[in-house]
Write a protein that binds this ligand. Structure first.
Ligand code: GLC
Length: 787
């Protein structure tokens, strides 16, 4: 479609290319990130995902070779041919990514029963259409694909096809769903231990086929927008994620309490029901930090109002909850009830804050409040207005906002594609805004909370686009109390994490349908390791709180919720590190072991950071499973047995056991038992140590403000070494936060120590089987564990 190359020009970091029938720009953002662009619709990017487009200065050459242009950076060679075919090579000249030169050849769908099948209600894959923009890449062999946000199905997406169109589909999520709530047009290609990513920054409906219609190629495309994609080289797997999040933003460090356990339901109403839940949590000794109000707290579902019959004095109620350590999170949907006299509606109408039809009349569709209007979040004035409304909730003491139905969902058919949006001065329609509607709502909410509280905002959103991680956590929407959904949630979290969203979670126990006691136990064992740990269920289902079944379920749920509270400082460290590296909390094994082929397709295990491996039980009645341990030595968390990795082991796992393994050389910071985060000031940090060689950074701050951005934090480095004896070096790297630990309590596992020296002085310790423990002042020092 572009024809022959006519000429080109290198200007700073961009190569401008003129073709016979179009023009293009190859832009070097860094030696490893290349943007491939053609202004098919707009003259510029107008990205909704990338806020700070930073260019790293680097050496670039662009030369004319006989039939192509050759652009070189320190890491990559990009060759551009006629028809805008683009190939990428590493600096050794190995091909990484090659445009496919033939036309697509989809497999034939034989049979002519399409209409009949549809009549019976079967979902039938549509014929493979041609798209206005199609970038077809040659399958070079042995590729694995990861990413693409919240798509259902396995971890490795090879052989599957998906669409990006934010979708609220209340039917049970299946592997065959082409789209769910989030559109993250980014995937990672791993081949021969070398990885790169492609981010197709296009908010229209986009299509991804990773060798489904033909194993000779994979493609991505869209029916509108610009040709605008980023080639993000690793070659290391984790570097691809870091570089992708350098572009689209990192998940910011949250307030620490948000990492606790959250109890939710549609709906805890009226007030005494909410209070009963709070009391049950404390009396059953279930640690919990957050309680939720679903849609019934509002006055007939009017956003930013309270149902005063059910909640007569919200401010007072919230203060009472706070006294007992509970933070309240309230739901806010986008739909504003069409209702004369309702101030949010009247104000929005007066100021033209709602999306309109082609004639400029506010567009109406039905959601929970009945006929409703849809705020135009693509307009910064509307985002500010929304943010101010959010402020009113925060002023009442609300601690976080849950954004739902923001695909946007609608009950009277989907929003027509020609619904109009102002788009900050570049008016456009729903076909372009749909996939970023929730993203922009989350941004408005984040800014509103930040402006009013000055604390790190807590937002949960259902709909996302690339980059939403900057503003919000994401939950995976309306799953069901099905074992299949517990299983499916793991590759979903892992792919979301590789797509930039580090802070995610699913409704623990399942949203729809009725949970069973066993399913809740196993789900809490997974929830314990998901960054957002929230039990939530629908209005008509059975009660699903930890005490709603039997003593065994209560005890097992408590065991894992308490384990979560123990691991809070480790999880907080991961969030802090993630704000720099972009790496998620939950990681597929392939992320850290990309040269080990056994890790490529593991759908039912994950790493929690790099030190903890979790292999949960995901099937009813199952009491054992095979666990793959990658290279290195791993220690069973409960039995302290040691295992050499790079092999499968069989682990027995009765209902109260979730198989967990710690990498040798790990130092895992722990907190003592608490009913909620911040219940007690932690003066003594517990360090759970597994002998071996390693290094661990621990981060400490006030847990809520932005002061850490000005350097108000402490950083401790623990270096473990196993040579003549096992030693631990303690070093304070930064010490700017004043309310710091006074002591460290070390627990050394799997050791037969006979004596311990701190800076060459013998110290006392306690022995408990193969475990020893002792406390020392929180100072620099060298520990020697002698046996
Ligand atoms: C949607 C949400 C669900 C919520 C319900 C009522 O289905 O996904 O979490 O409880 O709406 O607000």
């Amino acid at each position: 479609m572009f024809g022959h190359i006519l000429n080109f020009k290198l200007k700073e970091n961009k190569v401008f290319i003129n073709f016979e029938t179009g023009n293009a720009i190859i832009e070097v953002l860094s030696p490893s990130i290349i943007n491939v662009f053609s202004p098919l619709k707009y003259d510029d990017h107008y990205s909704k995902a990338i806020e700070n487009r930073t260019i790293e200065k680097c050496d670039i050459t662009a030369t004319n070779s006989d039939n192509h242009i050759e652009i070189k950076t320190e890491k990559l060679t990009v060759k551009i041919f006629d028809d805008f075919k683009v190939d990428f090579y590493d600096k050794m000249g190995n091909i990484l990514c090659e445009d496919y030169r033939e036309n697509r050849e989809p497999f034939e769908r034989r049979g002519n029963g399409y209409e009949l099948l549809e009549k019976e209600g079967h979902k039938v894959d549509s014929q493979n259409g041609n798209h206005k923009i199609e970038i077809i890449k040659k399958m070079l062999g042995e590729e694995k694909f990861y990413g693409l946000g919240d798509k259902t199905g396995p971890l490795n997406k090879k052989g599957y096809g998906y669409e990006m169109w934010n979708t609220d589909d209340p039917s049970a999520h299946l592997e065959s769903h082409k789209a769910l709530y989030k559109s993250i047009p980014f995937f990672i290609n791993l081949r021969k231990n070398s990885a790169f990513g492609i981010f197709y920054d296009n908010t229209f409906k986009t299509y991804f086929d990773l060798g489904k219609e033909n194993s000779n190629y994979y493609y991505f495309g869209s029916d509108d927008g610009n040709l605008d994609y980023y080639f993000i080289f690793g070659p290391e797997f984790d570097k691809v994620i870091t570089r992708y999040t350098n572009l689209t933003g990192k998940t910011p460090l949250p307030q620490m309490w948000t990492l606790g356990y959250h109890q939710c339901r549609w709906s805890y109403s009226p007030e005494n029901r909410l209070m009963e839940i709070a009391e049950n949590l404390r009396s059953n000794d279930i640690p919990c930090d957050a309680l939720y109000l679903d849609i019934d707290y509002m006055d007939d579902y009017r956003v930013f109002t309270w149902n005063r019959n059910a909640f007569p004095k919200p401010q007072e109620m919230i203060q009472n909850l706070k006294k007992d350590g509970f933070k309240l999170v309230t739901i806010i949907d986008p739909g504003v009830k069409k209702d004369k006299g309702y101030s949010v509606y009247e104000e929005g109408l007066k100021n033209n804050y709602f999306a309109t039809d082609k004639d400029g009349i506010p567009y109406v569709n039905a959601v929970w409040p009945g006929d409703s209007l849809f705020p135009d979040f693509s307009d910064s004035k509307v985002r500010n207005w929304w943010g101010n409304n959010v402020k009113s909730l925060m002023d009442n003491g609300v601690s976080g906002i849950w954004n739902d139905m923001n695909e946007p969902a609608s009950f009277n058919g989907p929003l027509p594609l020609d619904v109009q949006f102002k788009n900050d001065g570049n008016p456009t329609d729903h076909s372009e805004i749909h996939n970023v509607y929730g993203h922009l709502m989350a941004k408005a909410t984040y800014d509103g909370i930040k402006n009013s509280t000055k604390k790190r905002p807590f937002v949960i959103t259902r709909a996302c686009y690339a980059g939403t991680q900057k503003y919000s956590t994401g939950w995976t929407g309306d799953n069901q109390s099905l074992w299949e959904h517990l299983r499916m949630s793991i590759p979903m979290f892992l792919n979301l994490g590789m797509s930039g969203l580090a802070f995610t979670g699913a409704d623990v126990g399942g949203f729809g349908y009725d949970c069973t006691a066993e399913l809740l136990c196993r789900w809490n064992q997974v929830g314990c390791f998901t960054p957002l740990f929230r039990n939530h269920s629908t209005a008509q289902s059975r009660d699903q709180e930890p005490w709603a079944f039997d003593d065994e379920t209560l005890n097992i749920s408590r065991k894992y919720i308490k384990l979560r509270y123990k691991l809070i400082p480790y999880l907080y460290d991961l969030m802090w590190k993630g704000e720099q590296s972009g790496l998620p909390v939950m990681r597929p094994l392939v992320l850290h072991y990309p040269s080990d082929e056994n890790t490529y397709e593991i759908n039912d295990e994950f790493l929690f950071g790099s030190n903890i491996l979790v292999a949960p039980i995901l099937e009813q009645g199952k009491k054992f499973r095979a666990v793959y341990l990658p290279k290195g030595e791993w220690i069973d968390y409960f039995t302290k047995e040691k295992f050499e990795g790079e092999r499968f082991i069989v682990k027995e796992a009765p209902l109260d056991i979730c198989p967990i393994y710690i990498k040798a050389g790990s130092v895992i910071p722990n907190y003592p038992d608490q009913s909620y985060i911040g219940e007690n000031k932690i003066d003594e940090l517990i360090l759970d140590v597994y002998p071996g060689n390693g290094e661990y950074l621990h981060y400490e701050d006030d847990g809520e403000s932005f002061n850490y951005k000005n350097g108000e934090y402490n950083l401790y480095k623990f270096t473990t070494e196993n040579s003549n004896c096992f030693s631990i070096n303690i070093e304070s790297l930064k010490s700017n936060y004043s309310a710091k630990y006074t002591s460290f309590k070390f627990i050394i596992n799997a050791t037969n120590a006979t004596s311990i020296k701190l800076n060459d002085e013998f110290i006392n310790f306690n022995t408990d089987g193969s475990k020893i423990s002792f406390s020392i002042p929180a100072k620099n020092g060298e520990l020697k564990i002698l046996s």
